[in-house]
Design a protein around this ligand. Structure first.
Ligand code: ARG
Length: 455
């Protein structure tokens, strides 16, 4: 639109290849907020009159409303959201609109818009993560007494409360929320005033702009401010880690929902059938969530790769920054929301879980602990119990159904009382009293603590 030094029309191919408005139109609200703050700074510096400022502000607000209602027509010819909005403004209000870009470049403009957008996204994502925590806590509370086998190497290891397993994910999600809040802190520097690279000879009150836009400070190096996208990379890395957690949660869900485990009931609303096999009820949500983690990782690698070879400062390569970030924000938000709904509609088959958790082999370690209490060194105790496990397997009997003669022969510590109490599942859990271990009392305390925290 601004011909300036160009004598020829731009190639149609370049227009299509170079446009970003089909993606960055999503920045419109933040672009308009930023432009109003910038216009106010221009007014305060005497570059715009009160009347010009008022018409710019009104024009921008009107354009914002039109974009929101879907009546605004974006033009590819105008390349990006910034030029679309500025051109529309000048069309509407005349010469005052053409003053808006004074002491500003699209380089600091987009650096601002992207920070504003991502700061909001951190909050939305944090809230969605909190909702999933609440949903998991609800499931834990509905089955607060239920016991399942805990696994290492996907082999039954030791009994735990189902709630303990879910609370583990609540902890992980809490750290994800912490990382989102930290990432938002790194976005809390206002870049406007950096211009294209070296600021401007027209001095504006950057601090006032920062205050208006809710930043606690301004950026302190104009080249850094327009050149770096580390804040976007940081958010993508936070979302990649979040994705890793959601994927593991999904994997546990998929296993638990299988006939082999048979622990988890998913609602009909949150499962799908097979086009061929009439009996199937598939945990597609969890599978998709696991699969979409690929995008969350890929988007991080995309942006890191875009940025890695760029000489300071702005390079057009950086226009490739928005698509992966928008995609990760949408993917992570949608995944958090749908997993929360899925867990709200699911329940544990307590009988099945208890049956699996009642395998006495899960208490072999506890038996070794009793030997230790009777003065046997742990390594020796480990060996003795290992031999008892092998013996039970040879005989084809459960570990707790070896004869008293077998236990006594293994060690005089293993009296009938000791053996009986060791293989009592409830007692075994009650004994796990150390901080962080799943005694019934600890679990109740943790559920209450999280209920208060997640209110
Ligand atoms: N659409 C561009 C982007 O997102 C805005 C900045 C363009 N700056 C420039 N000098 N061409 O990167």
């Amino acid at each position: 639109m601004w011909k300036g030094r160009f004598q020829e029309e731009q190639s149609d191919l370049l227009k299509t290849y170079g446009e970003s408005v089909s993606i960055d139109w999503q920045l419109f609200k933040h672009d308009i907020r930023g432009s109003i703050a910038h216009a106010r700074a221009l007014k305060n510096a005497g570059i715009l009159t009160e009347v010009e400022f008022a018409s710019i502000e009104a024009g921008l607000i009107e354009i914002g409303k039109e974009i929101e209602s879907g009546t605004f027509e974006f033009s590819f010819e105008l390349e990006d959201v910034h030029m679309n909005i500025e051109a529309a403004l000048t069309n509407r209000i005349g010469p005052a609109g053409a003053k808006l870009h004074t002491a500003r470049s699209r380089n600091d403009q987009v650096a601002l818009d992207f920070r504003l957008y991502l700061r909001d996204a951190c909050e939305t994502l944090g809230n969605a993560a909190k909702s999933l925590q609440r949903s998991l806590l609800g499931l834990a509370s509905r089955h607060s007494e239920a016991i399942i086998p805990g696994y290492t190497h996907l082999q039954r290891a030791q009994p735990v409360f189902f709630a303990h397993h879910l609370l583990a994910y609540i902890e992980m999600l809490d750290r994800d929320r912490g990382r989102l809040a930290d990432a938002a802190k790194r976005m809390d520097s206002m870049p406007l005033g950096s211009g294209a690279i070296a600021g401007s000879t027209i001095t504006l009150d950057r601090e006032a702009v920062a205050r208006e836009l809710g930043f606690s400070k301004v950026t302190t190096n104009s080249m850094d401010a327009v050149a770096d996208r580390d804040f976007a990379c940081e958010l993508l890395s936070v979302l990649a880690i979040l994705g890793m957690h959601l994927s593991r949660l999904s994997e546990d869900t998929i296993l638990w929902a299988s006939a082999e485990f048979g622990f988890l009931n998913l609602s009909d609303r949150h499962t799908t059938g097979s086009s061929l096999m009439p009996q199937k009820k598939n945990p597609d949500i969890a599978e998709l969530a696991r699969g979409k983690t690929g995008r969350l990782y890929g988007n991080l690698i995309s942006l890191l790769t875009v940025m890695k070879g760029l000489p300071l400062t702005y390079n057009r390569d950086m226009q490739e920054d928005k698509e992966p970030v928008f995609d990760s924000i949408k993917t992570a938000t949608d995944t958090l929301v749908i997993l929360a709904e899925m867990f709200d509609g699911s329940s544990l088959r307590e009988d099945r879980a208890l049956e699996a958790a009642s395998d006495p082999l899960l208490l072999a370690t506890d038996l070794a602990d009793r030997l230790v209490e009777g003065g046997v060194p742990f390594r020796k105790a480990h060996e003795i119990v290992g031999a008892l496990v092998a013996l039970a397997q040879q005989r084809g009997t459960p570990l707790n159904e070896l004869t008293q003669a077998d236990f006594s022969a293994a060690s005089t510590v293993l009296t009938p009382d000791i053996v009986a109490s060791t293989f009592d599942l409830r007692l075994a859990l009650t004994a796990r009293r150390t901080t962080g271990a799943p005694s019934p009392k600890n679990i109740a305390t943790e559920i209450t603590r999280w209920e208060l925290t997640l209110q």
